[in-house]
Design a protein around this ligand. Structure first.
Ligand code: FES
Length: 159
């Protein structure tokens, strides 16, 4: 599992990000993206620093973090597997693909396997609709998911 930095370190690194981006128009989302880039997720200890910096309540910041599925509350696994759940992929069986992968990995969307090997997330269109159903593994798109490709992906993230 990824080691989490101490809360004081999170606070100081978050404060630097807030300082850098707070004068943007609509600074909250860029700041949260900056935090996720810095830590790989949006740590709970970062939220009060963001709230103070932008004069928002902690509940408002928390609400935005949980509303946008892009933001992770916990560190991701070593691999991140995103399965497209948008319309074109749905029509080509993405539900069955997701069900199979969830079963093989023993996790649901937004979860990470216990060994920290992989985090599973839904995504809504990867621009690869012509090759549905599609997925993205660690930033690389994979089209035409069939049983063979699913087995390969699961073997890769498990190795
Ligand atoms: S709908 Fe899945 S890639 Fe576009």
């Amino acid at each position: 599992m990824t080691m989490q930095p101490a809360s004081t370190e999170i606070a100081s690194r978050t404060a630097a990000i807030v300082q850098e981006l707070k004068d943007l128009e609509g600074p909250l989302l860029p700041i949260l993206h900056g935090i996720q880039e810095e830590f790989g997720h949006v740590p709970h200890d970062a939220l009060p620093v963001v709230a103070d910096g932008l004069n928002l309540s902690r509940a408002e910041v928390h609400g935005v973090v949980t509303f946008y599925h892009d933001f992770r509350a916990k560190p991701a696994g070593r691999h991140v597997l995103k399965l497209c759940q948008a319309e074109a992929c749905q029509s080509m069986g993405s539900d069955a693909v997701a069900a199979k992968i969830k079963q093989l990995l023993g996790i649901d969307f937004h979860e990470t396997t216990r060994d920290g090997s992989v985090t599973l997330e839904p995504v809504y269109c990867l621009g690869l609709c012509a090759c549905s159903p599609s997925a993205m593994l660690d930033g690389e798109v994979i089209g035409r998911l069939d049983d063979e490709k699913i087995e390969e992906i699961v073997a890769e993230v498990r190795s």
